[in-house]
Design a protein around this ligand. Structure first.
Ligand code: PBG
Length: 323
């Protein structure tokens, strides 16, 4: 059966399509402005006008949704992260611009405080620097509501506080946002693969050697991921996420088998950087390795994948199918 392409095609179990992809993007203040991200060659921070152009192109390639990550100017960061729920904040303006320009494109937002805190943690801290859960959840609720009010289709809490899904769901219902979907970053590991992302949003310098071990998951654990997913589903999550992607294929498979719910995977910044660096050195075939990595995430059970390669992949798949 492996002898010819025709018979390989007949027994192929998993297929990757643009439908599977969510495209994460970094948003910057200003107009007609783009900035390269040093540790993620090929990825740029874009001002809202250029973001709209990029998303229009992604939508035309068949990508169903994008995920937005704002780059907050340092002077707007604070201990209480108030900028996170500013109705006219960068993320909120970007959502409105995108929903107006490309209404058919799903817009997902990150619910977490790290772009807005002076210390780069995802939540509020006490005087020991410990991230405090319940006070943080109150701010996350305000942030999620401000995203929903701006028109976000999906809010995605990536902060790993306990109880935030239930609190956000209740607030959305109370305010009439009954169709806003919640993607819970349920199994989010305290991973070193997020390094380039923290450069991209400018939280790395603020975090300055700090870590997120008191709320993100220990990479050694697997049963705990199932407990986190069970809690988030009980609290009202529509979809759950495993993050990072490729080092955590076993987690994706366990969650998919156990719950059978929409399960997403995030091919994170460090995974992108590794593939890109090897490709740029001529050590790996970029197209083949990226497609293999994403296919593997799908084979493991992911229904959709966040990938900085999303637009390239949609383009490559289009070229392959027109051959
Ligand atoms: C912040 C957040 C992070 C990522 C997505 N949302 C970083 C972190 O938790 O420090 C990482 C994404 C990536 O590495 O591509 N809450």
């Amino acid at each position: 059966m492996r002898r010819d392409e025709f018979s390989r095609r007949l027994m192929r179990e998993t297929r990757l399509a643009p439908d599977d992809l969510i495209y994460p993007l970094f948003v910057l203040e200003g107009g007609n402005r783009r900035e390269a991200v040093a540790s993620m060659p090929g990825v740029e921070r874009l001002s809202i006008d250029l973001l709209v152009e990029e998303c229009t192109a992604a939508h035309a390639l068949g990508i169903p949704a994008v995920a937005l990550f704002p780059v907050t100017p340092p002077e707007l960061k604070s201990l209480d992260a108030a900028e996170a729920h500013n109705p006219d904040g960068l993320a909120q303006r970007a959502i409105r611009a995108l929903k107006q320009a490309v209404p058919g494109l799903g817009v997902m937002t990150d619910v977490a405080l790290d772009p807005f805190t002076t210390h780069g943690q995802d939540g509020l801290i006490d005087d020991q620097g410990y991230v405090v859960n319940d006070a943080t959840v109150e701010v996350l609720v305000k942030q999620a509501l401000s995203h929903a009010a701006a028109g976000a289709d999906i809010v995605a809490p990536s902060d790993m506080m306990d109880g935030r899904i239930g609190a956000i769901r209740a607030a959305l219902e109370a305010e009439g946002y009954v169709n806003t979907r919640i993607l819970a970053y349920s199994a989010k590991y305290a991973s070193a693969f997020y390094g380039p992302f923290r450069d991209a949003v400018g939280s790395a310098a603020h975090l300055a050697g700090g870590d997120k071990y008191s709320y993100q998951m220990d990479p050694a654990n697997s049963d705990e991921a199932l407990r986190e997913v069970a809690l988030d589903l009980a609290e009202g999550a529509d979809m759950v996420m495993v993050k990072p992607g490729l080092p955590y294929l076993d987690i994706i498979r366990r969650i998919k088998d156990e719950f059978g719910v929409p399960t997403l995977a995030y091919q994170v910044s460090g995974e992108y950087a590794m593939l890109k660096a090897a490709a740029q050195n001529g050590w790996l075939d970029e197209r083949k390795t990226v497609l293999e990595a994403l296919l593997s995430l799908k084979r493991a059970g992911a229904d959709a994948i966040l990938s900085y390669y999303a637009k390239d992949v949609a383009q490559w798949l289009r070229e392959a199918s027109s051959r």
